[in-house]
Write a new protein. Structure first.
Length: 202
């Protein structure tokens, strides 16, 4: 299922702590991605208020991004880089394309008869679409001859080596969060596990 993505929104909550960032904490963080590869987009900076209606995944508010560490709300590289930092501390790292926005992927073709009519009528080159998986696709072409729609699945920095900079603004420790907001970590019982075959299971 697809739907047109109009605007992105950040939700923030105040939190204060001098502790280090750990798994399950709720943090607010400023970030920037600076491309080390030639391309249309050179930098994404959360400290700058930029509204991009055609690329909502480039939208920044000028405010720090709130997130729950370990909940996969941001790329794994960001979570790893902020671990152990305190409020006011910064960290940076050069990321390969796979660590950042991925390698460049081929276009995706979707038959028009698989797209709801009211959505299909709104599609035009440059229109951003949000999938159920949370991915942003951009309409490249509505092909009325082949009766399909061609989407570009790539982030503008796909294929780029980037420098990621982080600054921790606020930390709220996991044990101070309301129960419904806490990170749920599944626990696997191993007492009764049997030895695997060495190939499919350890």
């Amino acid at each position: 299922m697809l739907r047109v993505l109009r605007n992105s929104r950040h939700f923030s909550r105040r939190a204060f702590s001098s502790s280090q960032v750990e798994l399950g904490d709720r943090v607010s963080v400023h970030y920037s991605f600076e491309s080390k590869t030639a391309g249309e987009i050179e930098k994404i900076d959360s400290k700058v208020d930029v509204e991009n209606p055609t690329r909502p995944d480039l939208h920044t508010t000028g405010k720090p991004l709130p997130l729950l560490v370990g909940a996969s709300q941001v790329m794994k590289s960001m979570e790893t880089l902020m671990m152990g930092l305190k409020v006011g501390e910064k960290n940076s790292e050069i990321l390969s394309p796979k660590q950042a926005f991925g390698d460049v992927q081929p276009d995706i073709r979707v038959p028009q008869d698989q797209i709801p009519g009211d959505l299909l009528s709104k599609m035009a080159p440059g229109i951003p679409i949000l999938t159920q998986q949370g991915n942003v696709l951009v309409v490249r072409k509505v092909d009325d001859v082949a009766k399909d729609v061609i989407f570009d699945p790539n982030h503008p920095m796909a294929g780029h080596t980037v420098e990621l900079d982080l600054e921790i603004v606020e930390i709220e420790k996991s044990d101070s969060l309301p129960f419904e907001d806490r990170l749920v970590i599944p626990v696997m019982e191993t007492d009764n596990c049997k030895k695997g075959d060495g190939e499919n299971f350890p």
